[in-house]
Structures are given as C-alpha cells and as structure tokens.
Design a protein around this ligand. Structure first.
Ligand code: BEZ
Length: 211
C-alpha cells in the first residue's frame, strides 16, 4: 500500500518492546513519528536509534510520540538496546515494533524490493494530531538520517498548521516566514497589520508569528 501526504494514517496493532500497541490508541491526540530501520545489530541503525533517544525531550516538547520498527523480533530489539545504550550513551526510550510478519511494513510500504526484498528501508512518517500523514521520507540503508531535520520539519508543520504562512528553504525556528500564496494582499493586511517585506508580489516575508 502506498501512503501519501494527506492520507489517513493506516492503523495497526503490533508487538513492541513496550508490549502490544494499537497505533492510533497509543498515539491519541498527539503527533507521531513512525520510522523504520533495516536491521538490528547493524552500525548505521545503532547510531540512528541513539540519536533519536537523545532527541526524545525535543520530540516530547513538541507533543510528538516516537515509534521505531524493523522486521526483527522483540527479543533481538531488547538485546540490541543494550548495545545502543553502551555505544551511543543513550537508552532507547521509545517503543520498537517487531514486525516479523511484515504486516506494518506492507501497510506503510516500507519494503522496497528493488533495494532489498526482505528488509525495511529507512522510512519516516510524520502523522498529525488529526491522524493525517504530514510527511514521508525514504532513505537507503547506507545513509543515516538527520533527525534534527525531522525536528525542523515538525516545527514548520506545526507553525504552518496554525498560521497562514509557509517556511522558506533552510528555515529554522525563529526566522522569517513567507505569507502563503493563497493569502491575497487584502487578507494579508488583516492577518499581518505590521506589514511585510515583498521581494516580488508573490514573495512576501514576515517575522515568524508567535503563540
Ligand atoms: C546499517 O544500519 O548499517 C545497515 C543496515 C542494513 C543494511 C546495511 C547497513
């Protein structure tokens, strides 16, 4: 199944390192990140899970729950977590799905047979409080992801969901944002009474709205 932006996040029940989880019940009204890694006891995956564990307070601060997945068994996940804590200096502090029957991998299209026909690729799904898919990313096994970028995207998604703005290339929290192209100058005058900086009629910048 292909999961696309704006779709309802497919629900599932799975075994995890924190017991059986029904995804949408576990997620509740929070945002969530569901991400897959190819295989336990592999080097890049070890660094990725350590990186996510270290960033967990940042995800918490944004109201985002984190859940990982591979097709390995729960027992393997738990054994591997000891190595992650030892080598990365952070204990895994979020559930890891043991998708041994590939039910979730198939539901979210995390196995790309022309890359590898048995292991999950490095997929990321960001799911909003409304259970809609807000972002999908796919990386190959050889490239570890930049989880600071995932946080940056969450900041943008949460900001743009609240205000009629978009974020420019390489934007980070606190920088100028763009008035959305669907907002006419008339409407912009009401929304942004302090005015804006226009480089072109369609390229209008304002300070990042707060609140
Ligand atoms: C890794 O995490 O290093 C890895 C996992 C699967 C295939 C290749 C590399």
């Amino acid at each position: 199944m292909t999961v696309r932006l704006g779709d309802d996040a497919p629900d599932f029940t799975a075994e995890t390192t924190q017991g059986t989880i029904n995804f949408l019940d576990w997620k509740g009204d929070s945002w969530a990140i569901l991400f897959s890694h190819p295989k336990d006891f592999t080097p890049v995956c070890t660094t990725e899970l350590g990186a996510v564990a270290k960033l967990k307070p940042e995800f918490d601060r944004r109201g985002v729950k984190v859940i990982g997945l591979s097709v390995d068994e729960v027992g393997n996940h738990s054994e591997w977590e000891k190595d992650i804590e030892e080598t990365q200096g952070a204990a895994v502090n979020f559930p890891l799905i043991a998708d041994t029957d590939r039910k979730v991998s198939d539901l979210y299209d995390m196995i790309h047979p022309n890359a590898n026909d048995t292991l999950t690729v490095r997929s990321v799904y960001i799911i909003g409080a409304d259970n809609k898919v807000k972002l999908t990313l796919t990386y190959p096994a050889s490239t570890g992801r930049n989880f600071d970028e995932i946080l940056r995207v969450i900041d943008s998604l949460q900001l743009t969901a609240k205000f009629s703005v978009a974020t420019p290339a390489n934007w980070t929290d606190g920088n100028e944002v763009i008035i959305g192209s669907a907002v006419s100058d008339e409407a912009a005058k009401e929304k942004f009474p302090e005015g804006w900086r226009a480089e072109k009629p369609y390229l209008r910048y304002v300070p990042q709205p707060q609140g």
